[in-house]
Design a protein around this ligand. Structure first.
Ligand code: 9MR
Length: 457
């Protein structure tokens, strides 16, 4: 396995024209640390819009004070650049090694930063023993890997990239060939179900590149997400890596929006931009995210140009000496400009044990986010525990006349029209004090006037 993925870099050079607040496991999560002033740092400005601003971090650089100085001043979300990948966390089968990843998590916790986990499954950076496996043995090894790694970090990860880069480049819109794909087309949904069982509080994301505009690859992923939602496969978010060579494609925002309309959060997960139009391009990405209410945050893939995997392209916001670049200023200005607030409450909001909109609430609240189109809608409902943990919950919703549920996910339901009751399933009944979980449903008709009530056990 080459250290730097040559095909990926070649693709970046040749296809350069191409271009989520939610369920939080981390009890200590806050949006920005106390020293950050709104409007003057990336993290604080993003937080003012109900979003995060993150960076990929290498454990080996945490001893560099220039690096950590910028990290802790500017960023409130961290993705380990390599330390949580399969080769790093399970170098020998069944023997797990978390030293470097734990160092990053400890840093994040000490500085009020949240974590994106990256990546539970990928065709690259597999340990040698997994690369040479196939069939049932590989499938079982994958399940064991996800169970252990997501279990080790249970409650500490905002969102996991459960599956990374599983779709093919080019016009097929289909899956990429890999040893994992050859275990059966259902490997992705098995990965997501396994991750949900291991850490029910983490958002579960699918993450990929060259998906920034509406194209065959992003449409293949779109169809998969729609299918997962319709069948109740747990998926909460889609990551758009956004390794760009200039302005994002003109349909960048529309592409984010069409995924959001399926009922998932969207996140910019590995942003870096080369080229002379860099400052404008960063601003365009930020504006697109702010215009999509379910775009919950942006992560840049490194801090200084010298930290980037794209050697010599200087695609980041700080120069090699740690000075702010023009792209930094345009990014900050864009964050401070107009933009929608997220449709779900920021995670730093104090938990509410009851509210007027939840008259049946005993120890929990239910908040609905609606995506209505002509003739139907998707409702995502966030259940938040009050000051005591829940051992189960029931949410009651009264549908408008003529509305009928076609499918639901992450909850059992009784009824399909009129008054419908949703009860937790096995993996999402236990909700810690102040913590949240989500379920949803799709229906025909109008979603007007839904006001869910929540009763806890
Ligand atoms: O930045 C990462 C680099 O240090 C590694 O050598 C490389 C190995 O494949 O992975 C890089 O990160 C990748 C990320 O995990 C997934 N999307 C593409 C990123 C750039 O290659």
């Amino acid at each position: 396995m080459p250290h730097r993925p040559t095909p990926h870099r070649v693709r970046l050079r040749t296809v350069l024209a191409l271009a989520t607040a939610g369920v939080i496991g981390a009890g200590a999560a806050v949006f920005f640390n106390g020293s950050a002033s709104a409007g003057t740092t990336l993290g604080a400005s993003a937080a003012e819009k109900g979003r995060y601003f993150g960076a990929a971090v290498a454990a080996g650089k945490l001893s560099n004070s220039t690096y950590t100085g910028i990290l802790d001043r500017e960023f409130n979300m961290i993705t380990p650049e390599n330390e949580m990948k399969w080769d790093a966390t399970e170098p020998s089968q069944g023997q797990f090694r978390y030293t470097s990843a734990d160092q990053i998590v400890a840093h994040a916790q000490a500085h009020g930063q949240r974590m994106r986990g990256h990546a539970l499954t990928w065709h690259q950076q597999q340990p040698g023993w997994a690369q040479s496996m196939s069939g049932t043995a590989l499938r079982n090894a994958m399940i064991n890997h996800i169970t252990n790694v997501a279990g080790h970090y249970k409650g500490k990860i905002y969102a996991w990239d459960v599956v990374n880069e599983a779709f093919a480049d080019g016009g097929s819109g289909g899956r990429r060939d890999s040893n994992l794909q050859r275990t059966g087309n259902d490997w992705i949904e098995v990965a997501f179900r396994t991750a949900r069982a291991a850490d029910p509080g983490a958002k579960l994301c699918y993450n990929d590149y060259n998906t920034d505009g509406i194209n065959a690859k992003s449409t293949g992923i779109y169809n998969m997400v729609r299918d997962f939602k319709s069948r109740g496969v747990p998926i909460d978010c889609v990551g758009f890596q956004s390794h760009l060579g200039g302005l994002p494609p003109s349909d960048y925002q529309a592409n984010l929006q069409r995924f959001a309309d399926l009922g998932v959060d969207v996140q910019i997960t590995e942003l870096d931009i080369s080229g002379s139009n860099q400052a404008n391009a960063y601003a365009a990405v930020v504006k697109a995210c702010l215009a999509v209410s379910r775009c919950t945050g942006i992560t840049v893939w490194g801090i200084r140009d010298s930290d980037s995997w794209r050697t010599g392209e200087n695609p980041l916001l700080f120069d090699g000496n740690g000075n702010k670049k023009a792209a930094y200023t345009s990014t900050l200005n864009a964050l401070n400009g107009p933009g929608s607030t997220v449709s779900t409450p920021p995670v730093s909001s104090p938990p509410v044990s009851s509210s007027p909109s939840n008259p049946g609430g005993s120890g929990c609240t239910a908040v609905v986010t609606l995506n209505q189109w002509d003739g139907g809608f998707v409702a995502n409902i966030r259940v938040t525990a009050g000051s005591a943990a829940l051992n189960g919950w029931t949410v009651t919703v009264t549908l408008a006349s003529g509305a009928t549920i076609t499918n639901a996910w992450s909850a059992d339901r009784s009824g399909g029209s009129g008054t419908v009751r949703f009860t937790n399933v096995a993996y999402n009944g236990q909700v810690g004090a102040g913590q949240s979980t989500e379920f949803g449903f799709q229906a025909t008709g109008s979603g007007a006037g839904l006001s869910p009530t929540c009763a806890g056990r």
